[in-house]
Design a protein around this ligand. Structure first.
Ligand SMILES: Nc1ncnc2c1ncn2[C@@H]1O[C@H](COP(=O)(O)OP(=O)(O)O)[C@@H](O)[C@H]1O
Ligand SMILES: [Mg+2]
Length: 334
């Protein structure tokens, strides 16, 4: 049995009663999620300790020289929030799971990630970025229907069903509202109709060990209603009928090869989700996600189930991978 210790950083929130477009804690960790991750690790023989803020890791770092840090911490308000734990670990010489600060920030910016993916040969939606209210006319550059989103959020923060805009006028009005509400640029993208697919990659040192996929099923069907958005109402309101179904068949050899090349190009990453939609048989990339929900029923885990990896198995492998990379020095990136 494995007796290594895992230091989990998680900002706990009480169960959400009614999330709204203004909620900014949608990526924080619910108690049931934390328990699930701990139980899974402990069943593989790891011991766990939990901190609720990266500051506690700084204060106790001397005790964790032999441990592995696993961050579920979302933070809020700071555009650097996803980079704090990896930066602290890199500075203090601690072993940690997953993307380094560079990859976290690259992927946290929806326009930056899309540009990066496009440069690596992926199909991405047409888009424009609006930084100030004076730039709102730039929206005319994308033909409706389109979707308008805050540029640097995740967990559906600021994304509801109404972000689907069928006219430039409604997109302009929403962009103004989001600019003011979320105090960051917005991105407007061509709306991609199609089924929603999430690709899960697990590996180390740029090499992929497991590659799978899952597809979103809504009201019992993977064919989504026109204009459907997997936003706050669907993702966070427990009552709606939706689930991620393991499905390897969307991964053709060409798509697999592209995933592996992307994984390699991101270097210290270890866990990566490539999210997109299948339109007319072609995968269109919407998002790169290294800050992954590690729950059993989440898309990432369901994708790895399609590749034959159980939750306990891939979570343990991620810890072991991080440890191996740390010991061999390959976790240091240039
Ligand atoms: N260009 C797009 N075309 C169609 N649907 C989109 C597009 N961008 C986002 N969506 C929908 O909105 C959801 C949330 O957007 P996403 O960019 O993934 O934000 P988050 O970081 O909050 O997950 C997606 O899962 C998808 O359903
Ligand atoms: Mg998403």
């Amino acid at each position: 049995m494995n007796r290594a210790r895992v230091v989990i950083i998680a900002d706990l929130v009480a169960d959400r009663v009614e999330p709204t477009g203004c909620s900014t804690d949608l990526e924080s960790v619910e108690a049931s999620y934390l328990s699930e991750v701990r139980a899974s690790l402990e069943s593989s023989g790891f011991t766990t300790v939990v901190y609720h803020h990266p500051r506690q890791l700084v204060e106790t770092s001397r005790e964790h020289r032999e441990d592995t840090v696993l961050s579920l911490w979302a933070g809020s308000e700071s555009r650097n929030r996803k980079a704090l734990v990896p930066s602290i670990c890199e500075t203090l010489g601690l072993c940690y799971v997953g993307a380094d600060a560079y990859a976290q920030l690259l992927c946290a910016d929806k326009a930056g990630a899309s540009h990066f993916a496009h440069r690596h040969g992926w199909r991405t939606p047409e888009s424009v970025v609006v930084e100030t209210q004076h730039e709102v006319p730039l929206l005319d550059g994308v033909r409706p229907p389109l979707i308008v989103k805050p540029i640097r959020e995740g967990g559906s923060i600021g994304i509801l069903a109404r972000n689907y805009c069928t006219s430039t006028e409604s997109a302009r009005a929403l962009a103004l509202e989001l600019l003011q509400q979320h105090r960051q640029p917005v991105i407007a993208e061509e709306f991609i109709e199609g089924s929603e697919v999430s690709i899960s990659l697990l590996g180390v040192g740029g090499d992929v060990q497991a590659l799978g996929a899952s597809r979103l099923e809504f009201n019992g069907s993977v064919t989504l209603p026109p204009g459907f958005i997997y936003g706050v109402e669907v993702k966070k309101a427990g009552a709606l009928d939706r689930r991620w179904v393991p499905e390897q068949s969307v991964l053709n050899p060409e798509l697999k090869a592209r995933c592996m090349a992307l994984f390699r190009s991101l270097s210290k990453i270890e866990l990566l989700r490539v999210d997109g939609r299948i339109r007319d048989g072609e995968f269109v990339l919407l998002e790169l996600t290294p800050d992954i929900h590690l729950g059993r029923r989440a898309s990432f885990s369901q994708g790895l189930v399609s590749a034959g990896c159980a939750h306990e198995e891939w979570l343990a492998a991620a810890i072991v991978n991080a440890r191996d990379a740390f010991r061999s020095g390959s976790a240091r990136t240039r």
